[in-house]
Design a protein around this ligand. Structure first.
Ligand SMILES: C[S@@+](CC[C@H](N)C(=O)[O-])C[C@H]1O[C@@H](n2cnc3c(N)ncnc32)[C@H](O)[C@@H]1O
Length: 406
């Protein structure tokens, strides 16, 4: 049976309902195909849709379903839990106490260091046309000041033959753990680590990051125009995880932005509290909700068909967490937005892209449009209202900072 599926990215795909993904759950229950799944459903009385839900989302069955699975497999509840990778606090403390014995039994694979050479250099940066993990393992410990990563979201997008964007959930999370661990290793103490992803994946990536670093913020990057998903709240943000290696950030350059106003009338959209006259003329401090990051939609500024982040976001994060001369690492180059922003801000950068790197190289070589945009971003930072806002507000008789002071 085929079903039309609308994904988070808005794409509609035909899904073959008889095709199944094999996660730990189906491996344990010996379900290699749809026929055996139907059989399992008949034997246990658990509907196929619910069995798929447990498998695809790596969710642990509970209550009656767990009892039925125990009866069917002959395993205890605890054994099923461990086989599905759910480690209870008791099992965890046993592992902690038996580290040496465990390592005698299993060989932990070592990531191989191989020779990598850059495809492009500028006075500020180095770009590798390669798998980021291959490049990362060749880098020395504690050698970069900031990491920004915007990986593929595993939404079955077409990134070319070298990328599987339709992994099983556990494969995607395991892959993320590999590059996150390497990025954390090459980050200097006090360095900032940002990961941009869907809120769903960020709940899992946080678990990985928490092992190596210190949580600072979950930043909600407000995003309009996301496609509604039936039975869910309207999605309105992407998640930006912000972690620090060690206790404190080495650099924290506070950023200020103009008040958010209606683009039609110029009136404030939010109530910032307090007296207007005590507002800082240099703008409001950025919070953990970014309301002013608009997707790159204008053809003039677009360098690829999708997944290109706005320069404003990278300009803000690099300014916040690094100083001129520092090194910014982005393992997922895409259209090179991070590298363009880093060059403009006179930061060094290290980039990697497994797919096409021509877009990045061309963009760095012909950077007039990006510079124009970045100059405007700088001009519109650290003030309460931009020139356009002042004009609109004066026209519609809203207060301006100058008026308040008169
Ligand atoms: C979401 S896009 C990044 C977009 C980028 N932030 C920008 O603003 O242009 C993710 C990119 O990661 C690349 N990629 C995927 N797997 C990779 C890997 N293992 N190593 C390096 N790049 C990879 C993809 O080809 C894609 O261009």
């Amino acid at each position: 049976m085929n079903k039309l599926l609308k994904a988070y990215d808005g794409k509609v795909r035909m899904m073959n309902n008889n095709k199944i993904k094999i996660e730990k759950f189906f491996k344990l229950l010996d379900v290699p195909n749809y026929e055996t799944l139907k059989n399992l459903s008949k034997e246990t009385g658990i509907p196929t849709s619910r069995l798929r839900y447990y498998n695809d989302n790596m969710i642990l069955p509970m209550g009656e379903d767990m009892d039925r699975l125990c009866a069917y497999t002959g395993y205890s509840k605890e054994l099923i839990e461990i086989s599905l990778g759910h480690i209870s606090p008791e099992v965890q403390s046993w592992i902690i106490n038996h580290g040496e014995d465990i390592l005698k039994e299993i060989a932990v694979p070592d990531l191989k260091v191989s020779e990598v050479s850059p495809v492009f250099n500028t006075p500020f940066g180095t770009l590798f046309h390669d798998d980021c993990v291959k490049v990362l393992v060749s880098m020395p410990d504690e050698s970069v000041d900031m990491v920004f990563a915007d990986p593929p979201f595993n939404l079955n997008k077409d990134y070319g033959d070298s990328i599987d964007d339709d992994m099983t959930k556990s494969k995607y999370i395991n892959w993320c753990e590999v590059w996150i661990k390497e990025c954390a290793r090459v980050l200097k103490p006090g360095g900032a680590f940002y990961i941009y992803n869907l809120p769903y994946w960020n709940t899992f990536l946080s678990n990985i990051l928490n092992k190596y670093m210190n949580f600072r913020h979950w930043i909600a990057v407000s995003m309009k125009g996301l496609i509604p998903v039936q039975g869910k709240l309207q999605p309105e943000h992407y998640g930006l995880l912000y972690y620090i290696k060690g206790e404190k950030p080495r650099v924290f350059n506070k950023q200020r932005i103009p008040l958010v106003t209606c683009r039609h009338c110029g009136g404030e959209i939010r109530d910032y509290g307090g007296k207007k006259s005590s507002l800082n003329p240099e703008g409001i401090s950025i919070s953990d909700i970014f309301m002013d990051i608009n997707p790159v939609r204008h053809k003039k500024y677009k360098n690829r068909s999708a997944n290109e982040l706005p320069l404003r976001l990278l300009h803000r994060l690099i300014s916040l967490s690094t100083d001129a001369g520092d090194i910014v690492l982005d393992p997922f180059g895409g259209a090179g937005t991070t590298y363009v922003a880093a060059e403009f801000l006179e930061r060094n950068w290290i980039g990697m892209e497994i797919g096409d790197t021509d877009i990045i190289i061309e963009r760095l070589e012909k950077n007039e449009r990006d510079r124009e945009l970045l100059l405007k971003i700088e001009k519109d930072s650290n003030l309460l209202f931009t020139e356009e806002q002042v004009r609109l507000r004066q026209k519609n008789n809203f207060w301006t900072y100058e008026k308040l002071r008169d």
